[in-house]
Design a protein around this ligand. Structure first.
Ligand code: V47
Length: 372
């Protein structure tokens, strides 16, 4: 491949990309350290178009956060509250089912349900919540509970991860979101989220879920106290599990938002950091089909540019978002389907509405059907 890069070190990486060869640890570090962001983006775009052509996926979803009460007190988080905090909330099951119905007008295909580690809500309570949602909204996919929540529920119910997941699946769980992975490096993890399951346990929960046939997403939280080396190791761990199970659908790089957290002195990530996170993940995670530019986190404007830097998914309508807005996000809480279509088309990509498992969704005037 005849390419000229501002940074000569990208030449050998470009050769590998052209030949479809796997990049190694050192390549990842080089991609993070070069200032040739256009070169990195160019290479990531080659892989993105090879995997997903000109398509950009989006979905019509609604986030539901049943409680912000959390025993973990992670330094990285502004959402979790102590149960005695006057600002803390926990919705009743009726409230959750009622809120799920708000936003129904746009024919939602996915509920994305995550929350704090509540010391009193039981596994049976979560099962009832899922059962109630499935009964009321049988066509809606329930993408619920991070690996961290599953780990906590299993510990409290004194069940194995497998038994816990089987109960949740029986109640209606369809897949798992990618949160809680943060950074697998234990030194960093002990500082930013020391009461959560460790990195190996996160991987174990994901492995167990995938072996039961559940698909999940995966994430990496960047822009706090981690190094570029920690980030590349994080990618390699996710890539190794994906080689084993093939259960990850989408990777979502998550930029740390410092406001109202114990790490409020850390500067916010820049546009350069956010585009690079998309591009390097696209290049390193060669066995994960999709890279998501989560517009809530990086703003619709930067997410749109990310569609030319490796991302092929822009997330969805969201409707109500708490985790990033508690930590100072200034983006809106929701976008309409038409806004997502416009953003994607303006970036020169072809929008495809998907369900959670990446089947295209077609809409008629009154209803919608999922094409397999
Ligand atoms: O698990 C918490 C992170 C995650 C902060 O799977 C923070 O499709 C930045 O996982 N600054 C939740 N990040 C979000 C998440 C997600 C989002 C969109 C789509 C999907 C998906 C998953 O947000 C948490 C944690 O890793 N987080 N606090 C913060 N202050």
């Amino acid at each position: 491949m005849q390419m000229f890069f501002e940074d000569q070190r990208l030449g050998p990486i470009a050769e590998k990309v052209a030949a479809g060869k796997r990049l190694d640890f050192q390549d990842g570090v080089t991609l993070y350290r070069t200032s040739d962001i256009l070169g990195v983006g160019y290479l990531a775009n080659i892989v993105r178009e090879r995997k997903n052509g000109n398509i950009t996926y989006f979905n019509v979803n609604r986030h539901i956060n049943p409680t912000d009460v959390c025993v973990a007190s992670c330094k990285l988080c502004a959402f979790g509250k102590h149960k005695k905090d006057p600002k803390a909330y926990t919705w009743s099951l009726d409230e959750i089912w009622h809120r799920a119905a708000e936003g129904w007008t746009e024919a939602i295909t996915e509920f994305h349900i995550v929350g704090g580690l509540h010391p009193e809500l039981t596994l049976d309570w979560y099962c009832e919540m899922l059962r109630g949602l499935k009964k009321r909204f049988p066509e809606v996919h329930l993408k619920a509970l991070t690996m961290v929540e599953v780990g906590y529920l299993s510990q409290r119910a004194k069940l194995t991860i497998r038994e816990t997941l089987l109960k949740l699946m029986d109640a209606g769980l369809d897949s798992l979101p990618g949160g809680g992975a943060e950074i697998f490096n234990e030194r960093v993890r002990r500082i930013i989220c020391d009461h959560k399951i460790d990195g190996d346990q996160w991987i174990d929960v994901a492995r167990t879920a995938h072996k039961l046939g559940l698909r999940s997403n995966c994430t990496m939280l960047y822009g706090h106290i981690e190094t570029e080396v920690d980030r590349v190791h994080h990618f390699l761990k996710l890539r190794a599990l994906q080689d084993e199970t093939g259960g990850f659908q989408t990777f979502i790089p998550l930029a740390f938002h410092p406001e109202n957290t114990a790490l409020h002195h850390v500067p916010k990530t820049s546009g350069f950091d956010d585009l690079r996170a998309i591009a390097v993940s696209r290049l390193m995670l060669d066995n994960i089909d999709h890279i998501k530019a989560y517009w809530i986190m990086m703003s619709p404007g930067v997410a749109q540019i990310a569609l030319r830097f490796g991302a092929d998914d822009i997330d969805g309508t969201v409707v109500e978002e708490k985790i990033y807005h508690d930590a100072g996000a200034t983006t809106s809480q929701s976008l309409r389907r038409g806004d997502l279509l416009r953003l994607i088309r303006e970036a020169g990509r072809d929008p495809v509405e998907r369900d959670t498992l990446y089947h295209p969704v077609t809409r008629t005037e009154s209803a919608f059907t999922v094409l397999v």
